[in-house]
Design a protein around this ligand. Structure first.
Ligand SMILES: Cc1cc2nc3c(=O)[nH]c(=O)nc-3n(C[C@H](O)[C@H](O)[C@H](O)COP(=O)(O)O)c2cc1C
Length: 581
């Protein structure tokens, strides 16, 4: 046993100072002052950077201090070019937000510092870099953090600019070709240090809670130190609450005073009130930017011949979504939403691509006419994938989630789920999906009937129901709905598969419906039955029967309009309009 006490930490005030500087460090782009930075101050900041840890103690960094207005002008031009390219790549809802953001202060700051990493420094046998070459730039990034904290303590603001092509920078700055550029920093005295990141203040992104990212022993057993590990579903259910009565009351009160006859916006007034109750704010946040999450999965029941489309089409359509060639892409572009594709169970291996979240639980379900579609563990994993998608999209600043799905044969699973939760006979709620003839339709009804007879799913056991006759995308959609509800973010529902998932989500947590808005009514009979059972009135009714989130996307501008009216329409008192007697 050790005879001496362990080495001491800091006393309370020193520890508080360390935490204070970390908490109060900010990335600054606005409010820089032109005042020069005294040499002794800049030296202290660079000394702090130079004490950073590094792989094999290789200290791979160099700091190029730039003051020349001419060099800064050239760097500003490069960043402006990259800014334009990035802006052009954004969905409209995001681009609008981005236009308001300043992303660099190259010309507003007296000093810029380029931090590089030399991947050859430390010789051939740098300890720790042999397996992970990226350890060299990581080490330089730690030097940046030290610099950033020391600068904050001096009252100096720092803004990191990454709107550069790295090789172009090396050439433009005349750096040795073998160097990597890790950071371009703008430094100067500032008017103030905002309390929150500027991107949070602008609504661009949210802070993720610590509890989302701490796992005990194995990934997925989330727990902060001292807590019992809990699973994501339980934590999510804990966060689901009914609409806020006070905000609801304010919403109806305000709508009565808006310059229009009471109730004249019909269903949109109900939506506006729901958005207020959900966000606990009146007027509510305008649901923009928005993202459609398209969950893709395959179905073992495909083997029963319930659709003329081959199973490969699921993966091929995912590629089409990612390539921008599907209807969902056209509609998303039109309404300014982001398309996020999540592979929760496509049979084919899908190559990595921007916009694809690889969350495959398994390569498709089993044929549920022969046994359960999947295990309960698989259901829970797919639900978690849906919850995590909701968390990621909301933390990334999305103010509305739209549901979408892709899975050849998934209307068969949807019909089974709808039948379980509405009690309707399979013949009444089994639709023609992608368009099947009478004979195939009769067969599809029979497949659903046989599956229900085989499993006799118990509606009181929603996880068991999904395991018996559901699909991986249905389970993930359940997760997205529950996740959205727990984050008090509106979820605009698409067609029959989402309708089926909403029935399951409702069985798990009835209050999740508070976040749900029925985007449209599809031509599938099961969808009508699901909406009726849930008491949801669809916004759009155009006989669509495509899925992919298309109906939800069309409804998005209606939901946004409902919220915007709450913000922008004058009230009788402010506009000086006389009310009716
Ligand atoms: C690696 C890295 C690159 C960054 N690049 C940029 C950038 O190009 N433009 C910008 O405005 N902010 C940039 N930032 C700043 C982040 O937006 C900022 O750190 C984040 O919003 C959190 O805010 P905070 O630093 O004030 O806590 C970058 C930050 C890091 C760590």
């Amino acid at each position: 046993a050790p005879t001496r006490p362990p080495a001491a930490g800091y006393d309370d005030s020193d520890r508080a100072a360390v935490h204070r500087v970390m908490r109060e460090r900010r990335d600054i782009r606005n409010g820089f002052r032109p005042d020069p930075i005294p040499n002794d101050v800049l030296l202290r900041v660079l000394e702090a950077a130079h004490t950073a840890p590094s792989v094999g103690h290789s200290q791979p960094w160099d700091f190029v201090v730039i003051r020349s207005g001419e060099t800064r002008e050239r760097m500003h031009q490069l960043a402006t070019g990259q800014r334009k390219a990035y802006a052009a790549s954004l969905p409209k809802g995001r681009a609008k937000q981005f236009r308001e953001l300043k992303i660099e202060a190259i010309l507003d700051t007296p000093v810029n510092i380029v931090v590089t990493a030399d991947p050859t420094r430390g010789g051939r046998h740098t300890l720790g870099r042999h397996t992970q070459p990226q350890m060299a730039p990581y080490s330089s990034a730690l030097a940046v953090e030290n610099l950033w904290l020391a600068a904050r303590a001096e009252g100096l603001g720092v803004g990191w600019v990454s709107f550069f092509d790295e090789r172009q920078m090396v050439t433009e700055l005349g750096l040795p070709e073998h160097l990597e550029v890790v950071a371009y920093l703008c430094i100067g005295y500032v008017d103030e240090f905002p309390e929150e990141p500027e991107l949070m203040q602008a609504g661009w992104a949210e802070r993720r809670p610590l509890s989302w990212v701490v796992h005990e022993e194995t990934y997925g057993r989330r727990a902060l130190p001292g807590e019992d590990p809990h699973d994501l579903l339980r934590e999510t259910l804990h966060g689901i609450r009914p609409l806020d009565a006070k905000a609801l009351g304010e919403a109806w009160e305000r709508q009565k005073r808006m310059t229009k006859p009471a109730g004249a916006l019909g269903m949109l007034e109900i939506i506006a009130a729901q958005l207020c109750g959900l966000s606990r704010k009146c007027p509510p946040p305008i649901p923009e930017p928005a993202a459609v999450a398209i969950f893709a999965g395959d179905h073992g029941v495909h083997a029963q011949g319930v659709t003329p489309w081959p199973q490969e089409v699921t993966g091929q359509m995912v590629a089409n979504f990612l390539g921008g060639g599907a209807v969902c892409n056209a509609f998303a572009t039109q309404v300014g939403a982001e398309v996020c594709v999540v592979d929760v169970g496509v049979a084919a291996e899908l190559p990595a691509a921007p916009g694809l979240l690889p969350r495959k639980v398994r390569a498709g379900t089993d044929d549920f006419t022969a046994g359960p579609a999947m295990s309960q563990e698989d259901v829970l994993k797919a639900i978690e994938a849906g919850i995590e998608t909701a968390r990621d999209l909301v933390a990334a600043g999305n103010k509305a989630l739209l549901t979408g799905e892709m899975g050849i044969a998934n209307t068969t699973a949807s019909a089974a789920l709808v039948s379980v939760y509405t009690g309707a006979d399979p013949a009444e709620i089994t639709g023609r999906g992608t368009g099947i003839n009478d004979e195939t339709h009769a067969h599809k009804v029979d497949v659903v009937r046989r599956a229900l007879e085989l499993h006799r799913p118990d509606p009181a056991d929603p996880i068991g129901v999904l395991a018996a006759v559901g699909g991986l995308e249905h389970a993930a959609l359940v997760g997205l709905i529950l996740g959205g509800a727990s984050l008090r973010t509106p979820v605009i529902l698409d067609g029959v598969s989402t309708g089926a998932a909403a029935l399951v989500a409702h069985a798990i947590a009835p209050e999740a419906l508070a976040a749900c808005i029925a985007g449209h009514r599809s031509a599938e009979p099961g969808h009508v039955a699901a909406l009726t059972k849930l008491g949801l009135r669809p916004l759009v009714d155009l006989d669509l029967r495509l899925g992919e989130g298309t109906g939800a996307l069309l409804a998005l501008p209606l939901v946004q309009s409902a919220a915007r009216a709450m913000h922008e329409v004058a009230t009788f008192d402010t506009a000086g309009v006389t009310e009716k007697d």
